[in-house]
Structure formats: C-alpha cells, structure tokens
Design a protein around this ligand. Structure first.
Ligand code: PRX
Length: 697
C-alpha cells in the first residue's frame, strides 16, 4: 500500500541539509514502515529499549481487539511492564543522558522581554517539589487532577508532577468558560484544581481565578464540591498580594517568584487582577512549596494505567474524555516527534499550540522532553505586539523546527511578506502544520516565504484520539504535495471505505479509517467505554473510524477533506454543532437552533447559527448580542457565533429532522440545492435565503 517508488510529478522535495536525517530516504521509510506493520512487536520493542522499565512486560507487546462483533474493544501495549513517564522525560535525561544543564524550555511571555530559561535539572527539581506538594495534599495514584492554567512553565510542572505520583491530569484549555471547566471537573471527578491568578492575551487581561471560582461554585451546585484549588501567582506580585492567611508573610517573598522577578518575568507596568480568595478552599502555590524537598521517588505505574484525560468535542454535544495510558503514548509521541521533526540534539523546536489541546500535550510536553529537546514555550499571540512576533522569536532563539496551524499561517499571510522578511529565519530547517487541511495557497506561502524554499513542510494529520501523528510526510524522505498529509506513520494502516463499509482500492474517496492500533491510540472514553465503542468502532466493525472524509490519489497519497459528522473545525479546534445549539436554546427567547459551518478565509470555518424564537419574541440586535454572549459564557470564546440568523422556520424532513445540508447551502448562498423531495415545507428555504446574514455579527 505504500507506493514502491516515490511520486515524481508535482511534488516538492525535502532539503539537502537533512541528509543525515533519522529517515533519510523514501526507501528507508518504506522499509521501516513495512517492518512496523508486519512485525509491530519487534518494531516497537526496539523503540522501547531506549526507555527505562522498572519491570518487563508480560505477554504480547501490542494486544488488541478492533472488532466490536468479536467482543469488547481493547488495546494494550506492554501490559505488565512498569515505568514512570516523568522519570523517562526528566531523570533519565538528567542522569543517564547527561542533559542536566541543557535548556528544556525557553519561556517567552506575552510581552516581549518577559522570559525565563529552564534547564532539565531545574525542571526535574520543580516537578519533584510540586509532586511532594500534591502528595501532601493527599493526591494519590489514580486520582484525577484538573489543571486550568495559562502557557507558563508551571503548567508543565503541574502536569508532570501529577504523572510522577501516578495521578491523572485533566487539562482544560484556559480559553474555556467556567461552565466548560465545571462540566469537565465533574465528569472526571477531579479531587483538586490547579489554576493561576490570571494572564494577558495581548492587551487583554484574563482573570482566570475568577473563572475557576465560578466553575468551583457550579461544581458545588451540582453536588460535587472540590475541596482544594491551588493558585499560581503569575501576575499578582509577591509579597503584597491580597491573598489570605496562606500567603507568604510580607517580608519573605517566596524564593520561586523572587528569582523569576529578577529574570524579568512579571511586567511591572501591567495592572494585576483582584484575586478573590476563599481560605476554605484556596491554597497558594508558592506558599505550599516553601521548605518542600526537591526529591520525590516516582510512582511506578503499569503500562496500561491511565496517564491523562483530555476532553474533545462530541457530536452529541457532551465532550468526550479521551483517555490515554502510560507506555504506548510515551513510545508513540517520542517516536513521532523524533522522526517527523527529524529531531537532532542541537535543535531549538517551537510548537505554537497551547498545552490545553492535544498538540501541546504530545508535542510541547511529552514528545520533546522524551527526546531531551530544547523547546520554546510561548504564552502570547502571533499578532502581539505586532504581526512579526513569530519571526522575531524564531530569530531570538534560533528556532530550527517550527510547528503551527494553517489558521495562523492564513492570518499572517494577510499582512504580506514584509513582516516575515524583517527577520532572517535562517535557522529554520523543518516547518510543520496541524489541525485542519491546509489550503495549497497557504502551503505555498509557508514554503516559499517563511521557509524560503529550503524547509520541507510536514502536514501532520492526527486527532486527540490518535495521541500522535498518523498521516504525515517525513521531512527528508517523503516528497510533498501541498495540501496532502501524504502517507501513514509507522504502525498505522489507513483505509478508505464507502458508505457500505467496503474498502476502496486505488484512487478513491470515502471514510478515513484505521485497520489496526498503534501504541498511542486512545484506550477509552473516560467513564463510558460504551461511548468509545459506539463513536469509533460501531459504524464499520473492524475499523477505527476517524470521522473525516479522505481522498487517495493515484500515487497512494491521502488528502483529508474534513469532518463528515456534525463537527466544525474553527481555527483548528473541533466544535460540536450540538453543543453550540444547546447553549443557544438555553436562552429563554430561543425555541430551536441549528448551527452549520460556513467557510472562512482565516479560521477555516465560521459558525453560522439559525435560531427560531419563541412566540411573541422580537429579534433585534440586543438579543443577538445576548445570544453571542450566552455561547461564549457557556463554552468559551472559540465558540462565539459569527453569524446569527432569525429563522421563523427551519427546513425539515416530513419526519421532522432538520436538513442541515440545506442550511449549509443557505449560509453559503448556494442555490444549487440538489434533491429536496423529502422537504416538508419548501417555502421555508426561500424565506431563509431572502433573510440570510451577509455580515458577521
Ligand atoms: O478533522 C481533522 C482535523 O482535526 C481533527 C482532529 O481535531 P483534534 O482532535 O482537536 O486534534 C487537532 C490536533 C491534532 C481531525 O479529525 N485535522 C487535524 N490535522 C489535520 C486535520 N485535517 C486535515 N489535515 C491535517 N493535517
């Protein structure tokens, strides 16, 4: 299924500079790929040799059932072996690989000039200290801990401290609302919340602690009181913070923050948030650390013990807690990082994602640290203080490997080449993209202007559920085609199915599925194995169904065309239409709502919402603003509607099902409607066309 020879026509080739790459040629890729699928146990067994195992695995290396008709779905990798990821990411690098003084992270704050450097040794010490804090708080192996933090080093510290003691982290992106945070805390029954006072996104202050408090109040209202909330002071200043009795005494600022102030971390000119403090629940991060040992014996975990839960949108509207386990995820993120970015010891790698999403989990924390890499951890925005910020950072740290999303590329492309060319970017070697299909125009600009035709682009297709890259070029081995994620990574066996579940051969288009597991694939939906099976395995028994459509060309290259379920991809983030709809109908004025995607030049898709109001309610701009606010508050800023249309009626079939296909046509003003024979009342459609929204709200 991997073509014998690489395609020759209409392709771009990797750079000459990558001759010493881990996978230097197409033939080598093919050879390793064949080994990975013919003999996965040996292939991944070799990878595992580089990691530390307290005890060896028993039984098969990769054991699974992918077919619902044959019983419960399960995937097990190295069951019986015990290890600790934190130990492999930090202790192994510090002690065995002699990387103690190597920089793990260059932290670059929202404001230029706010910066910190953290070595592997320092990171290990901080993680151990915080792990001891968690232990002192009674957190034990298997407990769930919710983390709601900005992009600061302490976010990595908090996640790895959980991992060190075998606790399961559940990170909630700091752009999500209090309601979303509460929903996730309750679903995974977290015993503790870790947050920060606040942060700046550009000039905008986000008072995170207020949102965290609101979420905890909602948890209490739902009968799930969370006993403790640890707050990092990221903005508020020691020692004159307004915290309660657990705050350090005025004359003794905690050492942690004092040191950071010298490094210029806290901009003194910024107003700091007023932090509400509830002594019953709240604990100060810095006060808790005082006097705590920086040594902590790792908790040895079984390979299949839970590692973390990360929520992703579900088509029913309720987010799914995707569960990843220890060893398979470690091996897979480490290998994909090493091979796809062709990691070399002197690289400076930068992934612009937020750790609150899977890209940040796998390719800011786990994959890079497993390889002893030096990364940039960026708190800010690509357009703040100006649209050159990304390239300024590339030059400042001599970034060699750069990973971002098509939406960021399209955003920056709008400002032309000058802001890019103001900086040299001569250190760059490999560019990557993730999150949504990249349109060829954006690909070309990224390749020609940002990478000056020197840098291969790895267009990595994957999902929260897959743990790591599953379709991707390898920079020195795979000829690239703009817009194609090309070919499968090691161990991954893709197929394209038609509506009846038949595998299509050769050039074809249909459902993208995978035929067998790879070590990093999710194990279950937290709390509902039934939902895991029905979402991913029931539609086509024997296959993992991605939910994406895909085309395969004559060279065997895969072109992911986007979601084919009720999911939207806004700026590389999946949103469930059902979730947005239910937050709209929670407004007292709304009787019914239907949400569809409308193409957007930067965000990929925008949210076009149709609302039917209750009898007697007038539609006006105030109501529109309220609805917008309502969705923001329920879900978060990423779900803010772009268009809201008053829809006195919605197109429905005779059996009452909303015909979303027609709503998509209306949103895009496409009059070719196709088959409308099942439509109950055709006048509704014409009415909606006449009143469609042309400008975003
Ligand atoms: O539709 C695909 C799209 O993003 C979805 C996964 O979203 P999420 O779980 O939030 O993870 C995003 C980061 C890995 C996929 O089902 N997607 C992701 N990467 C690509 C992509 N679509 C096309 N090309 C990609 N490179």
């Amino acid at each position: 299924m991997i073509p014998e020879k690489p395609p020759q026509e209409n392709v771009f080739h990797g750079s000459e500079e990558l001759k010493e790459a881990h996978v230097p040629s197409f033939d080598k890729y093919r050879e390793l790929y064949m080994k990975s699928v013919d003999n996965p146990d040996e292939f991944w067994g070799d990878v595992a040799k580089d990691f530390f195992w307290k005890t060896k695995h028993t039984g098969q290396f990769l054991d699974y059932n992918f077919d619902v008709t044959k019983g419960e779905i399960y995937i097990k990798c190295m069951e019986g072996a015990s290890t600790n990821i934190c130990y492999n990411l930090l202790d192994r690098n510090v002690h065995e690989k002699k990387l103690a003084d190597k920089v793990a992270f260059f932290w670059e704050g929202n404001d230029p000039g706010d910066e910190l450097t953290v070595t592997y040794r320092e990171l290990l010490q901080r993680v151990c200290q915080f792990a001891n804090v968690l232990k002192a708080q009674g957190v034990k192996k298997g407990d769930r801990v919710s983390i709601y933090m900005p992009m600061v080093v302490e976010l990595v510290v908090a996640m790895l401290a959980c991992v060190r003691i075998g606790a399961v982290h559940s990170i909630v992106f700091a752009g999500f609302s209090a309601e979303s945070l509460c929903e996730r805390i309750v679903d995974s029954q977290c015993c503790l919340l870790i947050t920060a006072d606040g942060f700046y996104r550009g000039d905008k202050l986000i008072n995170l602690k207020l949102l965290a408090d609101e979420a905890l109040q909602k948890c209490r209202d739902k009968g799930f009181p969370v006993g403790r909330c640890i707050m990092l002071k990221h903005l508020s200043k020691e020692p004159e913070g307004i915290l309660g009795s657990q705050s350090p005494p005025a004359k003794r600022p905690c050492p942690d923050l004092q040191q950071e102030k010298q490094a210029g971390r806290v901009k003194k000119t910024r107003p700091v948030p007023k932090v509400p403090w509830n002594p019953e629940v709240d604990l100060c991060w810095h006060a808790l650390l005082r006097g705590v040992s920086d040594e902590c014996e790792p908790e040895w975990c079984d390979s299949e013990d839970p590692l973390f839960i990360l929520y992703t949108s579900g088509s029913t509207g309720k987010p799914k807690g995707v569960l990843h386990t220890v060893s398979g995820y470690m091996l897979y993120t480490a290998t994909t990082f090493k091979v796809v970015f062709d990691h070399q010891p002197d690289d400076v790698y930068w992934c612009t994602a937020d750790i609150g999403w899977i890209t940040g989990h796998s390719y800011i924390t786990y994959g890079p640290l497993a390889n002893g890499a030096t990364s940039v951890l960026f708190e800010g925005l690509p357009t703040y203080p100006d649209v050159s910020r990304m390239w300024e950072i590339v030059d400042k740290y001599n970034v060699t490997k750069f990973y971002t999303a098509p939406t960021a590329i399209r955003l920056l492309m709008k400002f032309g080449n000058e802001p890019v060319q103001r900086y040299k970017r001569s250190s760059l070697k490999v560019l990557g993209t993730v999150g949504e299909p990249i349109n060829p125009e954006a690909w070309q600009w990224y390749y020609n202007v940002v990478g000056e035709k020197r840098c291969p682009i790895v267009d990595t297709f994957w999902q929260t559920e897959t743990g790591g890259h599953v379709l991707t070029p390898l920079p020195a081995a795979t000829p690239m085609k703009p817009g194609s994620a090309t070919l499968p990574f090691f161990g991954v066996v893709p197929a394209i199915l038609n509506e009846s579940g038949e595998e299509l051969e050769g050039p074809s288009e249909g459902y993208l599925v995978f035929k067998q597991p790879w070590p990093g694939v999710m194990r279950t939906v937290y709390g509902s194995h039934e939902r895991f099976e029905s979402t991913y395995f029931k539609k086509f028994p024997g296959y993992y169904v991605t939910g994406d459509g895909c085309r395969r060309d004559k060279d065997g290259y895969f072109w992911v065309t986007g979601r084919i379920d009720d999911m939207l991809n806004v700026s590389g983030h999946l949103l469930s239409t059902a979730e947005v709809e239910s937050s709209l109908v929670e407004h007292e004025a709304v009787a019914e709502a239907a949400v569809v995607g409308r193409p957007h030049p930067v965000k990929g898709e925008s949210l076009y919402c149709f609302v039917t109001l209750n009898d007697g309610v007038m539609y006006n701009s105030e109501l529109e603003a309220e609805l917008k606010k309502q969705v923001r508050e329920k879900i978060g800023a990423i779900a803010t509607p772009d268009y809201i249309q008053n829809a006195p009626g919605l197109p429905k079939t005779r059996s009452g099902k909303i015909m979303r296909r027609l709503l998509r046509k209306i949103a895009c003003d496409e009059r070719e409607l196709g088959d409308v024979s099942t439509l109950a009342d055709s006048t509704v459609v014409e009415q909606l066309f006449q009143n469609r929204c042309c400008t975003a709200v």
